[in-house]
Design a protein around this ligand. Structure first.
Ligand code: KG4
Ligand code: ZN
Length: 334
């Protein structure tokens, strides 16, 4: 069956077509994203009102582009999967309402998908994975550890108590005057820097070893920049030192979680999974324990609709559908 996925939970409007005949085994026929980085760059972060207004303009062209790229029409499509939360409610509404309109006019079944479920299942777009596996979802909006037990069965082990890791990258990049989004710029600068130049605090949450906290390191960078020592520190060294702290704060709880559930496979996903130092350090730490690290390609790590189509597919394959009364939910629980 061919499934159309639609995603608009934050600042990317995305559509994809996948072909799937059994749960978790999919072929991506087309995958398109309308990125808004150029719009939000001037503000150093996503402006929700601008995001949703631009989704209104781009959502239909993105869907049409996807159909054209796959050489499909709605005649070939058997179901629609659209993100219904969590995310920015104005952004979510645009994609979900558009999907409802399509479902109503074509008669195709629609399922609403949890965005996090999409990230958790994304590695299946490229790998044959057996469950259970451990997943670290690390993006601009999320930093969480989950056990993926089965389709529809996800157990949360830990999450950030404050900022998401990507948010910390973006805020520190803004403090350093590096532009937006900051993760990629910091990653590239850090390649030429000394990660031991400044020792930033590694926060751990008391009595919750699988939780994360990134607001402290962000404040520590702000305090450092305001002090005299910053004058003698290069942007490369500062970027590398900050990144090292964040990476260590991500790796440690992930390894503890992997030990706790004795995970054979550890999945790294979300936009921050693109970080070269995180891939390297987590890869080494996971391999040292005889476990395997799997990270999807960057296009499936960041927000995309192929993962949403996949996450909706096992329900559509069972013949399930949601009513057209389903609503967008900013804090939709998994
Ligand atoms: O998954 P994503 O596209 O959107 C969200 O759902 O948030 O992730 C975007 C986040 C941004 O915070 C961005 O700075 C971060 O991922 N990011 C990176 C890198 N590439 C993107 N962070 C660190 N290193 C990178 N190479
Ligand atoms: Zn996301």
């Amino acid at each position: 069956m061919i499934i159309l996925g639609i995603e608009s939970s934050c600042d990317d409007a995305a559509a994809a077509l996948i072909e799937v005949h059994q749960p978790g085994r999919a072929r991506v026929l087309a995958n398109a994203v309308a990125n808004q980085d150029d719009i939000h760059r001037a503000y150093g972060g996503v402006v929700p009102e601008l995001a949703s207004r631009n989704h209104v303009i781009t959502i239909q062209p993105v869907v049409e582009r996807t159909l054209a790229a796959a050489g499909c029409t709605f005649e070939n499509v058997s179901g629609i999967a659209a993100t219904r939360g969590p995310g920015l409610v104005g952004s979510l509404l645009v994609g979900l309402m558009y999907a409802k309109g399509l479902a109503h006019s074509t008669g195709l079944p629609l399922v609403g998908v949890n965005h996090l479920e999409g990230h958790l299942l994304a590695p299946m777009l490229e790998h044959e994975l057996s469950m259970p596996y451990l997943a670290l979802v690390v993006s601009g909006g999320h930093t969480s550890l989950f056990v993926v037990e089965d389709f529809g069965r996800y157990r949360a082990l830990g999450a950030t108590r404050d900022d998401a890791a990507g948010e910390a990258f973006d805020k520190v990049a803004k403090l350093m005057g590096l532009g937006y989004p900051g993760g990629k710029v910091i990653d590239e600068l850090a390649l030429r820097g000394n990660p031991r130049r400044v020792r930033f605090p590694r926060a751990r949450v008391k009595r919750a070893p699988l939780d994360f906290s990134f607001s402290g390191v962000k404040t520590a960078v702000a305090t450092f920049l305001a002090g005299e020592a910053s004058v003698a520190t290069t942007a490369e060294d500062l970027a590398a030192s900050f990144q090292e702290a964040v990476v260590e704060m991500l790796v440690q709880p992930t390894i503890s979680a992997a030990r706790e559930i004795d995970a054979g496979i550890v999945v790294l996903t979300g936009g921050v999974a693109a970080n070269s130092r995180l891939r390297e350090r987590l890869g080494e730490a996971v391999a040292a324990e005889g476990r395997r690290l799997i990270a999807p390609s960057f296009k499936y790590c960041t927000d995309n609709a192929a993962m949403i189509a996949l996450a909706g597919s096992y329900r559509l394959l069972r013949g399930e559908r949601d009513g057209l009364e389903i609503d967008a939910a900013a804090n939709l629980p998994l």
